[in-house]
Design a protein around this ligand. Sequence first.
Ligand SMILES: [Zn+2]
Ligand SMILES: [Zn+2]
Ligand SMILES: [Zn+2]
Ligand SMILES: [Zn+2]
Length: 366
Amino acid sequence: MSTTLDQPMPNPTGPSPPLVRLVVKPDQGRSLVAAGLIKPGQVVLVDTPPVLYPSSLASLPLFCSHCFRVLPSQPFPCPSCHVARFCSPKCLSLSHPHLLCHALPSLISGNDTWPDDLLFLLSAYSLPSSSLLQLLSLHSNSRYPDEQMPFIHSQLSSFIPPNLVPMHFSPETTSSLLSKKKTNCFLLINPMDQKFGRGPHGLGGARALGFYLWASMINHDCLPNVCLFDNIDDPTRENNTDLIFRALHEIKEGSEICRSYVVLSREYRERHSLLIEYYGFKCKCDRCKIESKWFENEGEYAEGEEEMVEREGNFPHWDLLMRYTCKCGGTLAPLPPYPDGSVSDIIECNWCGVIRKYKPPDDDPY
Ligand SMILES: [Zn+2]
Ligand SMILES: [Zn+2]
Ligand SMILES: [Zn+2]
Ligand SMILES: [Zn+2]
């Protein structure tokens, strides 16, 4: 049984009317389900972040403090802090979080390496009260370690002058914000930087982090039905920090919207340890149920080709994975349907942007 959540949430910025609906299931918490039939390639959700913040002080001289694109050779410095820089007069006018702006000159003059938690807290506390409360209403899988709280809250207090102390400012709010951060933050990246950086997790390659109220409610499945287009440098995207989710195949009304939090082609044990370490849960999806058995029976197989043939033979999702996995490690999704509603036979990679024609097999089950 599920109920619609009575929670003040801003509408996602697109599409209109929304194709997703928020539901709460007693066993799983919040999730998004299809509000109607969704076609392959259809944009399911566009989500705009209430708060974005730089991943480190080192990213400030390289990337615009508003949109986090690479700075031009003649950037526009922030007239208040003179530390943040912007790529254009438009980003300059949209500026950056005011408490972060106030703290940056002291932060960069200190010898300490400030944790990104502090950059996050200064940015989150700069939000209007209603947006801050929305962040606090999000679900969280983890708790911030209690013993570190007094230290980080007092550090934070030292950067906020008495006349700028925000509403709800307290050690409890700080602790709650930090616990939401781990579960709900997205890394803002150019996926190809990420590919050649320190891997898809950790801050390697991330220029900024953002909270996304809707996107953070999309649960994980190792056989997802949507994939994320989030290339921050894509010149065709005006709102380049929005997250765009596109359907991989047809999604029936009421079906849960799921994305993969890890690279689709990773094998079971890698996915399992990444999901435990970074997201704090054990995946029990259909694919994991099958693949986990391979490792229970590990001793029965010899290493090598024979083993792969055996595994493929017992794996009904193989075609699906082959279809959606790009050589670069990204995921291939159909282009959005044509204006007349017909489905595109062109697929596009969410990382490298490669576009090619897709011919479904005759017995296409999706
Ligand atoms: Zn910019
Ligand atoms: Zn500033
Ligand atoms: Zn799984
Ligand atoms: Zn690719």
